[in-house]
Design a protein around this ligand. Sequence first.
Ligand SMILES: [Fe+2]
Length: 464
Amino acid sequence: MTTTTKFNPYLMGNFAPVSKEITTDHLEIKGQLPPDLSGMYVRNGPNPQFEPLGKYDWMDGDGMLHGVRISGGRAEYRNRYVRTGGFEVEKDLGHAVWSGRLEPPQVNNPYGPYKNVANNGLTYHNGKLLALWEAGLPYSIAVPSLETNSPYLCGGYLDSAFTSHPKVDPMTGELIFFGYALDAPPYIKYGVISSNGELLQTVPINIPVASGPHDFAITQHYTILMDLPLRFRPERAEQGLPTWMFEMRVPSRFGILPRYGNNEDIRWFEAQPCYINHILNAYECEDEVILYGCRMSSTHLYAGNFRDPDENIPRMYGWGFNLKTGAVREGMLDRRPSEFPTINHRFIGREMRYGYTSKMASLQPLFDGIIKYDFATGRSATHDFGELRYGSSVSFAPRIGAIDEDDGWLLTFVYDHKHKRSELLVVDAQDMRGEPVARVILPQRVPYGFHGSWISEMQLRGNI
Ligand SMILES: [Fe+2]
């Protein structure tokens, strides 16, 4: 839903931005923080610094990080803007100079055609927390202070857009990424960064039309890139049509290539048309690559061309791509709408048993619980936040020394509309139906936002 700034749902209620950056320690805790839960939960999201110019979309706001440092059963909160180059320009001028993506590109803006807001993803790699926005470079963030360091250039070699959802291989420590372009081929660049931050490769990937994928997947040996039917064709504007349209007769394409492969090595598999914002995980199983994600049968998120009653409703879905025979199998695993899929990161690219998603309460991005999927049994368990309490994405924090995949906690910010306050929930992942083990009462409202990340104590201390 989009509209002008005056009556914009993404500037109202708990979508509205907060104006203060604060730091508060000794937060009130209902229940008990586990003594062996030590680290920091950080979540990214949009928080426009100034009144937006023109139409405002939820994706447009300047990135703001909200973090809760947990140690010794106590909690401290802080929030900080991601101080991007564009943020600093607008701060100096005292007003917004960039409009958002619902307005025409600002080709004559003296400060550049668009602003990297770094408001979407968060990934920790090689001693750095990266705030991510898919059309620009990552920003490196200091922890636990959450102060912005600088754009992350990977030794000066990164020069183009970088996905909000890079993957860190839990065994090798490599960071695998892609970036997309809309203006000219190559529409995708694919790359690998070593565990110690060396750019090992970036290679162009050919797709016929720009499709700007939001996510991708890795397995132990392969990378899976997506080329979905939501396509960008600037020439459509001349006919008065949206530049982004879901082309319903075009199949979804999944390109599988070896981790260090290039465009020559990629093998494309076709599946039913769909759109996918977020992948849960992928892994190799005998001759197949198995992929799970939250799939929509179509989308008009960026355009208005196709009316399917099920469009824009993401549901847990699975695909199998047979590397020997080329066969594809696919199917829905749950009819309940849910998004923001995540797993225990120790299983990224490996066969996992469990997955977690945020359960959607409505088509507006309000989430009223957490679903835990058990892919071994086909069962699921749900943690409900309670009446008029909604959250965003969830992160899994493993117990130190855990053996079981689900031995740990699920963390998420929840806003309680009745009591008008935000909380950090800590839910035992092995006791989904139980009360949260702890609810940390936050000293200010945390607006609904995007992705979070659990940073372990070892990572905070810079030891990994
Ligand atoms: Fe995302």
